[in-house]
Design a protein around this ligand. Structure first.
Ligand SMILES: [Zn+2]
Length: 362
């Protein structure tokens, strides 16, 4: 059974398991110790390069001249590194040192998820050598497939530039959260295929915020009609509406089954909303509205959006704040207070600060 659980393991909590993992590889003849540095022998891995579709020979000829005389092959990589003066270290059978970068992931994955992971994700820049090396270590030790599926996402650019501190365009999810509802950020990430590069800009975020609001409006429209609609037999024409909704759903499923094409799957949600906005009214039978609503919610849930319940939307909050600010300027304090109370009723608390009005949901 699927259980939802999130863990953020720390590599330093797994040092002993890493040592045991490396010992296992040495016992199998797939790793060797040279004066406190332990290397993985890529010639001992079955199909090294299968993930990134590189062959050892190609890699060797492409590799820079390796000055490390300790390695048997230039492509061999460190499992354990001998500590240099002043570096943090742990004790090991090979002396004081620290684990190599790749081994950390293999060991934490094996300990927490088992010998075979279903889906391993990561940025496309990690495919080689990092993920390739994870496979080599893990499959050599366990003799089982390391991951059934690999998802490598494209890179994020900011205003068509790479994100970097020196360009001054570096920011975190938390920073974005100050400006945009994070549901908009999720919607943004879903708006491109995960393998494609994606470009962040305020313009795009604003467009997506509007798109998301359109979906929310469609959802509350259906909720409103559900309240009014009558339970009655469907006519033949009304039965066809259900088929129409099914078609949108099939499109969604088809897109998602096509390597999780969320970019195109999203359009089904807009189609459902567009269709119901222009075809449903107070006379539409309850069953049709409920059916449409349930499908819209089911599909949105798969994407993790439209989860807010009857909440006042950000756009509306900002509009009301603007109205209140104007009222205060015009010394219409009664109206200003009314707006404050109206927002409070909807769970929005305003705070007047020197930089202007701030709001939060409570
Ligand atoms: Zn990793």
């Amino acid at each position: 059974m699927y259980e939802e659980k999130t863990m953020h393991p720390k590599a330093t909590d797994f040092i002993q398991s890493m040592i045991e993992f490396i010992e296992g590889l040495i016992d199998k003849g797939a790793a060797y110790n040279v004066d406190g540095n332990v290397y993985f022998n890529v010639n001992r891995a079955k199909d090294y390069g299968k993930l990134s579709k590189k062959s050892i020979d190609d890699l060797k000829s492409g590799a820079r001249v390796d000055i490390n005389q300790e390695k048997k092959n230039p492509m061999d990589f460190a499992l354990w590194k001998k500590a240099k003066e002043g570096e943090p270290y742990w004790n090991s059978p090979w002396g004081k040192g620290r684990p190599g970068w790749h081994i950390e992931c293999s060991v934490m994955a094996k300990t927490l998820l088992g010998e075979t992971i279903d889906i391993h994700a990561g940025g496309e820049d990690l495919q080689f050598p990092h993920h390739e090396n994870e496979i080599a270590q893990s499959e050599t030790l366990t003799e089982k497939p390391f991951a059934n599926y690999w998802l490598h996402n494209g890179m994020l650019t900011i205003d068509n530039q790479k994100m970097s501190k020196s360009l001054g365009n570096f920011f975190t999810v938390k920073d974005i959260g100050k400006e945009f509802d994070l549901e908009v950020l999720r919607f943004f990430l879903l708006s491109a295929h995960y393998r494609s590069p994606i470009n962040f800009s305020r313009d795009v975020m604003e467009q997506l915020r509007n798109g998301l609001e359109r979906l929310y409006n469609g959802k509350s429209n259906l909720e409103y009609l559900l309240d009014k609609a009558l339970d009655r037999e469907l006519t033949e024409v009304e039965k066809d509406i259900l088929k129409k909704i099914d078609e949108y759903k099939y499109d969604f499923v088809e897109n998602m089954e096509d390597d999780i094409n969320t970019a195109d799957a999203i359009s089904s949600l807009f189609e459902i909303v567009k269709y119901s906005n222009s075809n449903f009214n107070e006379k539409t039978p309850k069953f049709v509205i409920q059916y449409t609503y349930d499908n819209l919610i089911e599909l949105s849930k798969i994407l993790g959006i439209l989860y807010k319940k009857d909440e006042i939307l950000e756009e509306e909050i900002l509009k009301l704040i603007g109205k209140r600010t104007k009222a205060r300027k015009e010394k219409n304090y009664q109206l200003a207070d009314e707006i404050r109370d109206e927002l409070k009723e909807k769970g929005i608390i305003l705070e007047d600060t020197q930089e202007g009005v701030k709001w939060k949901r409570v």
